[in-house]
Design a protein around this ligand. Structure first.
Ligand code: GYE
Length: 339
């Protein structure tokens, strides 16, 4: 009898321990949210850290959402995978954050998780790139860039660089197109502008096109391959959808000893206008830089404050962005640039 009771107790103890372990293992997935209830808790889901631009965006958000400013920021890096971002948003929902900021890797595939955020009554602010959802109500507001406008600036530059002759005949322009992450707003807007220009100018041709994933390594690999397939003298333009890709392209051309940029007949276009890329532009390695501004932290703070006051936010806020050729730049200007 005594033995039986002992075995029973041991069994019960094991069941209790197992139950406690199960609870704990669920809890470990959820980081502790700050106990200081006066802080506004913001979950920030980034797609990754693929480019200098994105690192600058992360820094800008971290610098803006400080505890001194009244915030507790929870930052998650999706390691370049949408599934990870979706999981991170679910974690934010479980943690009961006050706001979610999402910089989406691609435009589509967010409906379900954004519905979950809506059910939990957590406003979602989309930043940098946009989402395409079945119902616009699934996000509160968007702060970021107008990528079609950016693409248009690049195409306008090319149209000025390659004008028709006095009889109205358009020159032949052979273009290598290095795309960004397929399905991201940044890629879609920048590629679309080029596609529209190709429809308009029948002598403009894409001689090679591939996705560089917004990274230097991938773009360098692609450019090396292009140089195996296309004679460099047949390339008039390399349209890179961000600065890291442009750096990869330049590295491949340098390795092959091929002149590029200003006065060489090989025009390089890039987007972002990071400090490093502006140096390339000043040296003549890149002909035209379309600015894309990652310093979005202060805009996002303003948005959260506005929502905290109970005011309604504009659906879309586009950040001011410029453009640069060599003539617009000085070493002093580049030195002072934040990213
Ligand atoms: O151009 C690129 C980055 O979404 C605007 O993503 C952003 C783009 C930016 O990796 O460098």
């Amino acid at each position: 009898m005594f033995k039986l009771r002992n075995t029973f107790c041991l069994l019960m103890a094991l069941i209790v321990i197992a139950a406690l372990c199960a609870c704990n293992s669920q809890e470990v997935q959820v980081d502790d949210v700050d106990e200081d209830t006066s802080l506004i808790v913001v979950g920030f889901s980034q797609p990754g850290a693929e480019s200098a631009w994105r690192v600058a965006l992360t820094d800008s958000v971290k610098e803006a959402f400080t505890e001194d400013a009244g915030f507790k920021l929870i930052y998650k890096d999706g390691q370049s995978k949408q599934d990870n971002q979706i999981r991170d948003i679910r974690t934010f929902i479980q943690q009961g954050v006050d706001y979610i900021i999402l910089s989406p890797i691609v435009e589509t595939g967010w409906d379900t998780v954004l519905e979950e955020a809506e059910e939990a009554n957590i406003p979602v602010i989309i930043c940098d790139r946009n989402v395409v959802v079945s119902n616009e109500k699934l996000y509160t507001t968007f702060v970021g860039s107008d990528f079609s406008e950016e693409g248009k600036k690049a195409v306008d530059y090319l149209e000025k660089e390659f004008p028709p002759d006095s009889e109205g005949n358009e020159p032949e322009v052979n273009i290598v197109h290095i795309q960004g992450t397929l399905g991201s707003s940044a890629q879609i807007g920048r590629s679309k502008a080029l596609e529209l220009a190709l429809e308009k100018h029948e002598n403009w041709n894409v001689v090679a096109e591939d996705c560089g994933e917004f990274t230097k390594a991938k773009a360098k690999e692609i450019m090396k391959q292009v140089l195996r397939e296309v004679r460099s003298s047949d390339i008039d333009v390399i349209y890179c959808e961000n600065d890291d890709e442009a750096a990869g392209v330049i590295a491949a051309l340098d390795d092959a000893g091929i002149p590029h940029g200003e006065g060489t007949g090989m025009t390089i276009i890039s987007f972002d206008a990071t400090r490093k890329a502006l140096e390339f532009c000043l040296n003549g390695d890149i002909n035209f830089e379309v600015e894309c501004n990652p310093l979005q932290g202060p805009y996002l703070v303003d948005m959260v404050k506005l929502l905290e006051r109970g005011e309604s936010a504009p659906k879309h806020t586009y950040i001011d962005e410029g453009e640069f050729t060599k003539d617009d730049l000085t070493p002093e200007f580049i030195e002072k640039r934040k990213y």
